[in-house]
Design a protein around this ligand. Structure first.
Ligand SMILES: Nc1nc2c(ncn2[C@@H]2O[C@H](COP(=O)(O)OP(=O)(O)OP(=O)(O)O)[C@@H](O)[C@H]2O)c(=O)[nH]1
Ligand SMILES: [Mg+2]
Length: 237
């Protein structure tokens, strides 16, 4: 039988049937097994100056907090393999807004918080930031965990300790990235990690303490794994 003699209607119905089967398979795949989170998929979503400008408080998000210049934005760029995603700068205080980045799973986000302790801003401005930050931290229901980024050479500043205590008080899972590890010899970095571990030995909220470097990618996979666990847990969609 030549191609011209094939009944086009029968081909049509078979194709429809196959399409239906494919659609059913696709539906069951998406409804039963959600796509694994891919950090490379991160896209800028929105910048918010205050809580009411933030995206809807649904799903799960992980926020990066820490001192100004500690390396929060660089860590986000390293995790997402996108050097241009979050703005980094040698000038402290670069990130002045709460920046949201969406991931490939619906309602999963990474959040770059404004750095604390930027000396050059006025007292009023500092108070204003702190207020927005604490508003975000206390009100945001989708916050699944906090990543506290600290320079491994200057760990556990007063602000860092305040954040640890805040997580402890609020039962919020905490990950510490002791970053810029490439700036120390390995032995010195190890000693610094032991010091942090010892200082926080009684903290229940500390789930991950990771030696990290955005430059050399030290600790990257451990960090991604911890973030994935937080973002995926409790999500059945
Ligand atoms: N060597 C090295 N430099 C880093 C690392 N992470 C960040 N930096 C540098 O540290 C400076 C500050 O980094 P940012 O990522 O902008 O810091 P931030 O915490 O987002 O700062 P704010 O937005 O001001 O709060 C930049 O010059 C980065 O290149 C790292 O792992 N190793
Ligand atoms: Mg920043």
């Amino acid at each position: 039988m030549g191609l011209s003699q094939v009944n086009p209607l029968s081909i049509g119905s078979r194709q429809d049937h196959e399409t239906d089967i494919l659609a059913i398979q696709e539906f069951s795949v998406t409804s039963e097994a959600p796509k694994p989170i891919s950090f490379n998929s991160a896209r800028f979503l929105v910048s918010a100056a205050r809580l009411q400008d933030c995206p809807p408080d649904a799903g799960r998000e992980v926020a990066f907090a820490g001192r100004s210049n500690a390396g929060k934005s660089s860590a986000i760029n390293c995790i997402t393999t996108n050097g241009k995603l979050a703005r980094t700068s040698k000038t402290p205080g670069r990130t002045r807004l709460i920046n949201f980045f969406s991931l490939n799973r619906e309602n999963c986000r990474l959040v770059d918080l404004p750095g604390y302790g930027y000396a050059k801003v006025s007292r009023d401005m500092k108070d204003d930031w702190q207020q927005h930050l604490s508003h975000y931290l206390t009100e945001r229901r989708s916050l699944a965990g906090l990543v506290l980024v600290m320079d491994i050479r200057h760990p556990l500043t007063d602000f860092d300790q305040m954040m640890v205590e805040w997580c402890e008080h609020n039962n919020l899972p905490l990950m510490i990235l002791a970053t810029k590890a490439d700036k120390l010899k390995f032995g010195q970095a190890k000693t610094a990690m032991l010091g942090i571990r010892k200082a926080l030995k009684d903290n229940q909220c500390l789930e991950h303490l990771i030696m990290f470097s955005a430059t050399s990618k030290t600790g990257l996979e451990e960090c991604r794994k911890g973030l994935t666990d937080w973002l995926e847990s409790g999500q059945d969609d």
